[in-house]
Design a protein around this ligand. Structure first.
Ligand code: FES
Length: 105
């Protein structure tokens, strides 16, 4: 079972932006949208594309390979060719730092 671990200082993730970090040998993306922070696996569920190379528009990240879009707030797949959500991880802010609890399910 994983617990919250330090991901990075919050000021490294600008509003409307994202930051790739490695936690437990797993690449995850931190997003900062509308004043909230979110975290998803850096993996498109269609064919493993790196979402961190995609374009973030509002709450949606587009896979750079075939264009599937995911909701950064919960990992839900919004458009084809992806049909399954990518893993979303719990995030908390403490002392100006972002902490993430990896979702192992
Ligand atoms: S690998 Fe992401 S849309 Fe195909």
């Amino acid at each position: 079972m994983s617990d919250f671990q330090l991901a990075c200082p919050a000021d490294e993730v600008p509003e409307g932006g994202m930051q790739l970090v490695e936690l437990d040998e797993r690449l995850v993306i931190l997003f900062h949208v509308d004043g909230q922070y979110y975290c998803l696996d850096d993996v498109c569920t269609h064919d493993g594309g790196p979402l961190s190379d995609g374009e973030l528009l509002g709450c949606e990240i587009a896979c750079p390979r075939h264009g599937a879009k995911f909701d950064v707030r919960n990992g839900e797949a919004l458009t084809m060719p992806a049909t399954q959500a990518t893993a979303a991880h719990e995030v908390k802010l403490d002392g100006g730092n972002i902490y993430v609890k990896i979702n192992d399910d």
